[in-house]
Design a protein around this ligand. Structure first.
Ligand code: SF4
Length: 431
């Protein structure tokens, strides 16, 4: 709550925190039962909560006075006691390929980013879960910014609300009047997201700034609103949570919700992965994969998508592809190869097209489904791994250096080796 209050104290913008200096409750991000409780507190019956969710998530309405099927007295009560606050847009950039990136105010001079990627059959919104990230992955530009804070549920849900609002506000729409999303647009009157493939945002991926499972408390309710038929009503296969491998939280997720799971793997062996993704020193590959297969079993899922950023001379050899295939071939797994997107200060280089294709072919020969992700939004730095926002680093100790120090301590005690023979070392690390 303190975080939300800090957000709302930023001058000049309506922020999606959990509370407000005025004492009004932000309805965006409240679970269905919480909204029912809120309505009950105002003396209204539970069906009012359903009506409110319809206005919020189906029609994109952010003004109580426009909610015409609510009694006038109830609307006045809502206006006095509640608000619908979304993150404030600082900048909007559009790439030549139609990709759109927004910088959103995070309070106290902080900012985070979200990216919309249009494709013929879908519209994918990549959202953030934290301002910055503490996990310190070596190839990630967000990691270079450090970590400031977790986003609130309202700020996470608010990104999807906002993208629909911005993208549906074409000529003839009522954008700015606080009424229905996409009215007068191609997406159908009164419907937030249109239907089927015509939805503006058909897919949501938590792959922006931050490690979503490190903000479990706020991410889980947001996921529930994405799936809720009174919320954004997205199919569970169209909501993807991407993690760098927080194993205990993957087990917890398996108890709590069924969404598509993606895991940032990036290396076929622990020695290299520990350098690229420092959390691997705490949760090595075998432990991580066991958690993934458990998730699939528990949730009756189809497969886990493993993301693998292609770094020239680091993790892109045919031998490494074969090692990766041996790890995954017997399991419900897909590999998504991501050409590295360079950012200032990195000494990693993108693997050549030929190397990426050879890597994919080796994986397929080894019995693993593998695809190469098409890079989008490069001209506005909106491609994978390029989101930076504006982060005042409050990280006490970078995870990479902290875990490297722990490994060195254990090595000095003779418990572990610090490197594996024959491994190709990355040329640069974020730590
Ligand atoms: S790759 Fe993800 S988990 Fe790793 S530092 Fe970047 S944002 Fe954090």
């Amino acid at each position: 709550m303190a975080e939300g209050a800090a957000e709302l104290s930023e001058p000049g913008g309506t922020q999606a925190g959990a509370g407000a200096p005025s004492g009004r409750v932000n309805l965006l991000g409240l679970a269905r039962t919480e909204l029912e409780g809120f309505c009950a507190g105002l003396g209204s019956r539970p069906f009012r909560a359903r009506q409110l969710m319809n206005w919020l998530y189906k029609r994109g309405c952010d003004r109580f006075e426009d909610m015409s099927d609510l009694a006038r007295a109830f609307r006045s009560e809502l206006a006095a006691r509640a608000e619908i606050a979304v993150p404030r847009i600082l900048t909007t950039q559009r790439a030549a390929d139609g990709t759109c990136k927004w910088l959103l105010a995070g309070g106290a001079g902080q900012a985070f980013e979200m990216v919309y990627i249009p494709e013929p059959d879908r519209g994918t919104l990549c959202i953030s879960s934290q301002v910055g990230c503490a996990l310190d992955c070596a190839f990630c530009s967000t990691a270079q910014q450090g970590f400031n804070r977790n986003l609130s549920t309202a700020e996470i849900v608010g990104q999807v609300w906002l993208a629909n609002h911005e993208l549906g506000s074409g000529p003839g729409s009522v954008s700015g009047s606080g009424s229905a999303f996409g009215r007068g647009s191609a997406f159908g009157r009164g419907s937030a997201f249109g239907r089927g493939s015509a939805r503006i945002v058909s897919n949501v991926v938590l792959m922006g700034m931050g490690e979503p499972l490190a903000n479990y408390r706020n991410v889980l309710p947001a996921l529930r609103i994405f799936l809720d038929d009174l919320g954004f009503d997205l199919s569970r296969r169209r909501v993807t949570l991407s993690t760098s491998g927080l194993v205990p939280q993957i087990y917890r997720l398996a108890q709590d919700i069924n969404v598509a799971l993606a895991v940032s793997l990036h290396a076929p062996d622990d020695a290299l992965r520990s350098e690229l993704v420092p959390i691997n020193r705490r949760h090595p590959i075998a432990e991580l994969l066991a958690a993934c297969w458990h998730y699939i079993d528990e949730q009756n899922g189809r497969s886990v998508t493993f993301e693998y950023v292609m770094l020239d001379g680091v993790n892109d050899s045919p031998a490494q592809a074969r090692a990766l295939a041996r790890l995954l071939a017997a399991h419900p797994a897909k590999v998504n190869l991501i050409p590295f997107n360079p950012f200032p200060g990195t000494s990693f280089r993108r693997s050549s097209e030929g190397a990426i294709q050879r890597f994919r072919d080796e994986l397929i020969r080894g019995g693993v489904i593998a695809t190469i992700r098409r890079t989008r939004g490069e001209d506005i730095d909106a491609a994978c791994g390029q989101l930076v926002g504006r982060v005042k680093d409050r990280t006490v100790v970078r995870l990479g250096s902290k875990m490297a120090a722990a490994t060195r301590r254990r090595a000095a005690q003779g418990a572990v080796r610090t490197s594996a023979p024959g491994r190709t070392a990355p040329r640069s690390h974020g730590a």
